[in-house]
Ligand binder design. Structure first.
Ligand code: NAD
Length: 541
């Protein structure tokens, strides 16, 4: 038994590689892109460490070339969900008792494998399957993913170190037990790093999971599962279950052993999961922990003292990188009329320069949106604005799904502060702008705060720092991640723990110790050194 008292220090963030032409990372990536583009793999379920094939299959395609099939995958049904619950419960017996430094070592080994040997594999799969360019894949499936693994180990050190006071007469301690049951990890398509973290943060704290990956991210997620196993994750600790969310969700949530849900995705899905848990309440061994990071309608608020170029750049990158499919992407902007035309001109110039297309052509800044349903949804918002009397499409707006699901970076300008596209999450490269009179800043701030139900990210731009602070104060509840003179995307693990409130989720801050604390149930132990033997109070003696 290793009896050292071990503390893992805060790591450094994984550096973003440059991928300059001729660099070793670029060469390795090109080779891997070619290899994955020329193979069709078969993706099984992985339950209790074993591959399971149901022969009820679907296909994985490239969003930017939708006729190109990358993989077939097998779908889980009732039988496989129940097998996975049994496997997770069995693995829990040993994993929850395993020394936490051993669990940490497995996560740290996975981080090293991804930083080195499998960096190209995971980045290429994320590029091809989720249509990210090199940079967007590198900051997701390499850097953020590695950071989550390494930082969480340091955060866990801190949590286990939080202990109560003891005295001469008694010893007090807290045992941070894993939850009693399994965690249902349900991941979105847009970040491979989030899919990893939804599993590995509960796993680090001694839990076992049923993992429902997003169908449109199965390629990268399957490779990730294999890397976890190579890193030494024991059988049954994570059980990989592709398939229909509704089917898998139903049987997972019906189980009395559901101890928690770790979710990232849309509000509609999280609301469904929450309701299903509510319907089963009273039937569980413990009240399940519900942790969900959901949608956003993230804003940029521009004060008249802001710099035109800084605002234009933040609006462009914050709204259109990865086709606006970041939960934190800017999708509404409030700007004074004295600045708007200048900002729009710069954005139009940028839009003229950027190229859109395949992820393997590295000149393309914009790639495809994730699937046809998403493409149709985004196109319907643009069409709605085209036909509206109180809005105008002032930049972009072209949509073409003949080869891939391509939507141009689009700006809608509206005179109606409650226009449909300024209130609802679209999840695509569409920014809606409301232009206010320079002297009506307060009114515009009020609109910004009350227009959408979400509270995820937001940014304020301005050189007048006192005015900026007043705006930040008024927007206190409008965003869980708030930026001053920066775009509202790009949170870094360890620096800006991430999450929002209102309709944006439970705000348990991925990339911080707050999240890990949700995956333990503390047991406080008091040991009395010399127990009393007489019931009388001192003054009675
Ligand atoms: P989604 O809600 O469509 O899907 C998320 C996951 O839920 C998928 O795995 C899906 O298969 C599963 N699912 C769907 N219905 C289900 C059901 N009835 N039972 C169980 N599982 C079910 O979301 P998405 O399209 O993958 O991701 C985009 C959404 O995620 C956006 O709304 C975005 O804002 C949000 N998001 C939020 C954050 C954040 O940190 N707040 C981060 C990333 C993405």
């Amino acid at each position: 038994m290793n009896n050292s008292i071990f503390t893992f220090p805060q790591p450094a963030n994984e550096p973003v590689k440059s991928y300059l032409k001729g660099s070793p990372e670029r060469e390795a990536l090109e080779k891997e892109l070619k290899r994955q583009s020329n193979t069709v793999i078969d993706i099984p379920l992985i339950i209790g460490g074993k591959e399971v094939r149901t022969e009820n299959t679907g296909t994985v395609i490239m969003p930017h070339d939708h006729k190109h099939v990358l993989a077939t995958y097998h779908k889980a049904g009732e039988k496989e969900v129940k097998m996975a619950i049994d496997a997770a419960m069995k693995a829990h017996e040993e994993w929850s008792q395993t020394d936490w430094t051993v669990r940490a070592a497995i996560l740290l080994r996975a981080a090293e494998l991804i930083a080195g040997k499998y960096r190209a594999l995971l980045n290429a799969a994320t590029m091809l399957g989720q249509s990210k360019n090199i940079y967007q894949a590198e900051i997701d499936s390499a850097c953020e993913l590695i950071d989550f693994l390494r930082y969480n180990v340091a955060f866990a050190s801190k949590i286990y170190g939080i202990q109560p006071k003891s005295s001469q007469a008694c010893i007090n301690s807290v045992e941070y037990r894993a939850l009693e049951g399994f965690v249902f990890a349900v991941s979105p398509f847009n970040f491979t790093s989030i899919a990893s973290n939804l599993n590995m943060s509960p796993v680090l704290m001694g839990n076992t999971t049923l993992w429902k990956p997003a169908t449109t991210a199965i390629l990268s997620n399957y490779y990730l599962m294999q890397i976890y196993m190579e890193a030494g994750l024991p059988a049954g600790v994570v059980n990989f279950l592709p398939g229909s969310g509704a089917t898998i969700g139903k049987y997972a949530i019906e189980s009395p052993h559901l101890a928690g849900i770790h979710f990232t995705g849309s509000c509609a899905t999280f609301n469904t999961l929450w309701k299903q848990v509510g319907e089963n309440v009273g039937h569980y061994v413990s009240y399940p922990r519900l942790v969900g990071e959901t949608g956003g309608k993230d804003f940029i608020f521009v004060h008249p003292s802001a710099d035109v170029k800084e605002v234009a750049n933040a609006a462009f990158c914050g709204s259109f990188e990865f086709q606006g499919q970041k939960c934190s992407a800017a999708s509404r902007m409030y700007i004074p009329e004295s600045m708007w035309q200048d900002v729009l001109e710069i954005m139009k110039q940028d839009a003229k320069e950027v190229k859109m297309g395949d992820v393997c052509d590295h000149d393309n800044y914009i790639n495809a949106v994730i699937d046809e349903a998403s493409f149709d949804n985004i196109a319907s918002y643009i069409e709605y604005a085209r036909n509206a009397a109180d809005a105008e499409v002032v930049m972009g707006g072209k949509c073409d799904k003949s080869k891939g699901f391509f939507v141009e970076p689009t700006v809608i300008q509206t005179t109606n502060p409650h226009f449909k596209s300024i209130q609802e999450e679209i999840f695509g490269p569409v920014l809606t702008v409301y232009v206010y009179k320079d002297e009506e800043v307060d009114k515009a701030v009020e609109l910004c705060d009350t227009t959408s139900p979400y509270g995820l990210t937001g940014a304020v731009f301005g050189r007048d720092r006192v005015a900026v602070q007043k705006i930040a104060d008024k927007l206190r509840y409008a965003a869980g991640n708030f930026y001053i003179n920066d775009k509202p995307t790009g949170a870094v693990v360890g620096m800006q723990p991430f999450g929002g409130s209102r309709a944006s989720g439970t705000n348990d801050k991925a990339g911080g110790e707050y999240n890990l604390i949700r995956w333990v149930i503390p047991r406080v132990i008091k040991e009395t050194l010399v127990p009393a033997t007489d019931y009388k109070y001192i003054y009675m003696k």
